[in-house]
Design a protein around this ligand. Structure first.
Ligand code: COA
Ligand code: MG
Length: 290
């Protein structure tokens, strides 16, 4: 599977300090895991968590789950050692907090270049500060860059905006990052939904993220996984329409026409491309779940 057809519906944060949660990871139907050393781990536990996580990642088969490690910022007392340690482990990706420039990405990439174990390790950026959001387009072009994860808790704090269920105060920021990600072929993951016992609220917000174009949502609790996997997967109805669109267009083409009509709506080449991408995504999910 190429990165862009690979599903990233559910991206679960697991605190690097929590043994029980780390053990659970191999049983959860998540598409990706963010093993966290940053905000989910208290200062007292940072060093121990780094050690536990390095050991766990080296000795555990996480199956098809994509493995990201969120390290501490390079301007903290833990960040440089986190980077040094996980460059030797070589996870699928390293997630950098509070990225604000392309140069910050390039600096980390250069350090990974010196470590053969991380030859295939990609970089992802947390998009969670006003300056980072404004620089999203240049950050997206950084070396090894593969994805963005939205961090709206930090962003809301800096913006001084209020929490609203419709996320109106955050929409410009979310869309700037989506635009930058799509312009440069990156994966783009929506932020967490804090009220982890509010299933209906999560369903609504995940649906909003899917409608906007995000590839998936970052999660804090296993109870959020099934709802999110469903929200970001093509529905049976969408698959059926896609199949009918392709058939209708092929029929029109055979008659020498460039446009088909299905259920009173036009179907052009571009709709067929979207339909094929949707079917490829459904296949990729089926493959992941088989
Ligand atoms: N990943 C994997 N397993 C998790 C988990 C996670 N993020 N959060 C909880 N679990 C597990 C627990 O270990 C527990 O397992 P068990 O019943 O088999 O022992 C089970 O899920 C139920 O947990 P629950 O008791 O409902 O949650 P909690 O009260 O222990 O923890 C949180 C709630 C929010 C503190 C916890 O989910 C958490 O730490 N989430 C991650 C927060 C984070 O990463 N924040 C940074 C990014 S915003
Ligand atoms: Mg943050």
């Amino acid at each position: 599977m190429t990165p862009l057809t690979r599903p990233f519906r559910s991206v679960l944060y697991i605190p690097g300090s929590k043994t029980r949660a780390l053990e659970k990871a191999t049983t959860l139907p998540v598409d990706a895991i963010i093993f966290d050393l940053e905000d989910a781990v208290s200062p007292d536990e940072k060093a121990k968590a780094r050690e536990l996580l390095a050991e766990t990642l080296s000795g555990t088969d996480f199956g098809p789950r994509y493995r990201l490690v969120r390290i501490n910022g390079q301007d903290t007392e833990w960040g440089p050692k986190d980077l040094e340690t996980f460059a030797k482990v070589g996870p699928d990706a390293i997630l950098l907090p509070k990225v604000e420039s392309r140069a910050a990405v390039a600096e980390i990439s250069a350090r990974l270049d010196a470590e053969p174990a991380s030859a295939r390790t990609r970089l992802w950026a947390m998009m969670e500060t006003p300056l980072g959001i404004l620089n999203a387009a240049e950050i997206a072009t950084g070396p090894r860059m593969e994805g963005f994860v939205m961090g709206t808790n930090d962003l809301a704090k800096d913006l001084n905006c209020r929490f609203r269920a419709d996320r109106e105060p955050l929409l410009t920021s979310l869309q700037l990052c989506l635009l930058a990600a799509r312009a440069h072929g990156l994966i783009c993951i929506d932020s967490v939904f804090n009220a982890f016992k509010d299933n209906e609220g999560l369903r609504v917000e995940a649906g909003q993220g899917r409608d906007m174009g995000f590839d998936g949502k970052s999660l804090i609790h296993p109870a959020q996984v099934a709802i999110t996997n469903a929200a970001f997967a093509p529905s049976a109805a969408e698959v059926e329409i896609a199949q009918r669109q392709i058939a209708a267009f092929e029929e029109a083409e055979a008659k020498g026409e460039g446009v088909a009509v299905l259920d009173g709506k036009i179907v052009e080449n571009l709709h067929v491309e979207t339909a094929r991408a949707l079917l490829a995504k459904a296949d990729a999910i089926a493959e992941l779940e088989s």
